[in-house]
Write a protein that binds this ligand. Sequence first.
Ligand code: AMP
Ligand code: GLY
Length: 435
Amino acid sequence: MRVLVVGNGGREHALAWKISQSPRLKRLWIAPGNAGTALEGENVDIASDDIAGIVAFCKKESVDLVVVGPELPLSLGLVDVLAKEKIKAFGPSRAAAQLEASKVTCKLLLRQADVPTAEYQSFRDADSAMRYVKARYPGERDKTPLVVKADGLASGKGVIVCSRREQVLDAIDRMGRKNEFGKAGLPMVIEERLEGQEVSVLAITDGRTILPLPAAQDHKAAYDGDQGPNTGGMGAYSPTPVIDEELLATVEDKILIPSIHTMKRNRKPFRGVLYAGLMLTPTGPKVLEYNVRFGDPECQPILMRLKSDLLDILEATVDGRLDEIDTPIWDPRPSICVVMASAGYPGEYTVGEEITGLEAAANVPDVKVFHAGTSRKDGKVVTTGGRVLGVTALGESLANAKLNAYKGVQAIRWPGAWCRKDISDKASAFVRSNS
Ligand code: AMP
Ligand code: GLY
């Protein structure tokens, strides 16, 4: 098969790495890719949202399957345009991708499918949103546990979790009046703030059959102890002890199945990866959000454990015959991914620093270094992004996997490089508190 992976992050490196192991693969391209994906296949210089450029490339090279990593090309309709040209593509249609591209669409689907989620209201302007907040929490300035969400895609920055009324009103002001999020800011969703452990359950589906992947946990906050600003994700691990078989079955029955069936009934069948961001509340799991793609960095530890041929799974999904393939085999060992970031991330960060020690890290047993923000320049690998590498490791236990991953991290250097030191510690704390 001739395969094109679209995207340039750690997730796409993991996808390219896994696909490159398939005996059925003939050629692999990554558009635009990074210094790491260039080790698994050939990078082509086409931006991931250049729909016309991607289609032209696929026709020229007779690509058999396109695997779309990020949400933007999905929400722009890349899969629909490719389908018109009879080119197979893994990922949801533009209509189905609205589950991620519009929070209002997502909330309406959850309500229609009777899936547990935070209570919410949506607003078309700041005035009505402010009136609602003041009426709902009269006089309670210090206790206003609400979350304000911009409807559209905002690179993970469009969600403001609040405790006090001033924060809520400020968030409404930024979205509805100051236009900080541009067109994405309105309408806005205001919902109750949920408490609990956050977990990600990803499932591959062809619209009928659902294949849940082992659950993962992400570390979204920048600094140790879940402190500091939100990021795209500073590390992840899988499986997680906070979800057992029984809870995973509940998530499948109460959340995934009704959502996917409702999408089908609405004539917007969902094909691809449905990523449920969940809060495990005292009254059961509730959906915080849906993403329509693999999570980054969750994808890295999940695929590190996959022993089956990923290409078979992706192709069966696109062909609508996921029910015919063998159940995937997973390495029983847990896996963790530690993200190494540039100085300044998630604020303004430096780029262009030379990275050394990649070979030494690759030689640590059971470690794979996935590249995210890197490129090759004059024979050297340099930093180009905020999240630069995802050092991913397997281990006999989560503690061992952690040890291996940080051994890899220690081998790698560039000026200003940093990472969280506590990836997976919340899992160990959970196990301790429940034993
Ligand atoms: P989202 O982009 O919707 O996943 O939101 C980003 C992050 O905001 C989530 O990963 C949660 O940490 C947090 N969040 C979103 N919605 C809520 C909620 N209703 N209650 C508490 N935290 C939330
Ligand atoms: N790690 C969170 C995301 O991919 O959205």
